[in-house]
Design a protein around this ligand. Structure first.
Ligand code: THG
Length: 368
């Protein structure tokens, strides 16, 4: 069996020992950290997330902190979304772009103070990018990776668990808003967010020496609600059409192609990296490709694709599928693909070429 080898190059999470203790079976690598991806029972993990509550080590969602006199200006220049409306204590989903409009990350932005921000990253090296932009543009700001590690509590019963630990005020937190607090003296930022559409919270631990302690507190509090271990769930996220950066895009994709246009403010006053390029794409007939849902044939639950697989129409290459899964909610196979705009607008069928066999794919709008 092929195995992942452990070494100092790839970092361990503050919750690492807890994930081992609770039976983690699979890791991936994300932002140069081990990332738990399964506890060996996908069905139970999906059910816990959609009907109960599950605890996820997502500390590989590293933070880039931007602080100092020009923090707001630098953060805005890095982000295509108009941040002038973002309040202290509020989070925003922000697809970040390079100068040609290609997406380079899709973090959650947290505004901690007028002059202090976190970018809670997907899997790419934004620390290097933000430092380079800061220096090249002469902004008076500090860019660092702070000691911050998110732990997600997700599922319909997550609110009860987090309220039992933190107090009923968490029930009033609005979507993507957050507050700094302590749990038994452990410093955390509590946010209503998470990479699922099942509801839930993220606890951003700000003292990495206390990860296993925090895990155990949440575990004990969750026991009456049947809490169990989980990970970012690829089946639920496909059903809910949440972008998996690095999975669903290739190196050239832009946010307009990925259905993230509502998070890009091309008419805003603010200047940001990629603005001119994206305005040009929008003015010249829109994006060449579109992310779409596919309903896939087959009565048997299909194996999820392990790499981007080609999609054709009438024998012609029209794009790729990035994820496929059997959906318990829809009781059929579904997938996410990035295909030529005309093909998606034609809303016809395509052929998906997986290593196992060819599947007929019916184009359908997202979310499923
Ligand atoms: N939480 C935190 N950090 C993260 C993620 C997270 N970093 C990596 C990755 N996830 C970033 N990507 C996403 C993608 C989608 C969403 C959040 C983070 C998301 N999107 C909703 C949607 O598209 O419907 C809501 C967006 C909105 O309305 O603002 O939640 O999960 N800390």
């Amino acid at each position: 069996m092929v195995q992942l080898s452990f070494g100092a190059r790839v970092r361990k999470s503050p919750f690492f020992d807890s994930t081992i203790k609770h039976g983690v079976t699979h890791f991936s690598v994300y932002n140069r950290m081990y990332m738990a991806t399964s506890y060996g029972d996908p069905k139970a993990e999906y059910q816990r997330l959609t009907e109960g509550v599950s605890l996820w080590d997502v500390s590989c969602e590293r933070q880039v902190e931007i602080s100092g006199p020009d923090a707001a200006a630098l953060t805005q220049y890095l982000c295509p979304r108009d941040l002038s409306t973002c309040k202290i204590g509020q989070g925003y989903y922000v697809p970040m772009c390079d100068h040609d409009g290609r997406i380079i990350n899709d973090p959650v932005l947290l505004k901690l103070a007028a002059d202090r921000f976190w970018l809670s990253l997907a899997d790419s090296d934004i620390l290097l990018w933000a430092r380079a932009v800061c220096a090249e543009r002469g902004f008076d700001a500090t860019v660092c990776e702070p000691d911050v590690s998110p732990l997600a509590v997700q599922g319909p019963k997550a609110e009860d668990v987090v309220a039992d630990v933190c107090g009923d005020w968490v029930r009033d937190l609005k979507y993507f808003w957050f507050r700094e607090t302590e749990i038994d003296g452990i410093p955390v930022v509590v946010a209503r967010s998470g990479w699922s559409k099942q509801g839930g919270f993220e606890l951003y631990l700000t003292d990495g020496s206390r990860g296993n302690e925090l895990w155990e507190i949440m575990w004990k509090a969750g026991e009456p609600y049947g809490i169990g271990p989980g990970t970012p769930n690829s089946t639920e996220r496909v059903e809910s059409a949440l972008l998996s950066f690095g999975t669903d895009n290739d190196g050239d994709a832009n946010p307009l192609e990925l259905g993230l246009g509502r998070f890009v403010d091309l008419d805003s006053e603010a200047d940001f990296i990629g603005k001119t390029a994206l305005q040009k794409i929008a003015a010249n007939g829109g994006p060449a490709r579109l992310m779409t849902g596919l309903l896939l044939d087959g009565d048997e639950p299909m194996k999820s694709v392990e790499h981007k697989c080609p999609v054709t129409q009438n024998g012609r290459d029209v794009g790729f599928i990035s994820t496929s899964t059997y959906s318990p909610r829809l009781e059929r196979n579904i997938g996410i693909a990035l295909l030529e705009t005309d093909v998606v607008k034609g809303a016809d069928s395509v052929v998906v070429h997986t290593p196992e066999r060819d599947h007929r794919g019916e184009i359908t709008s997202l979310p499923f």
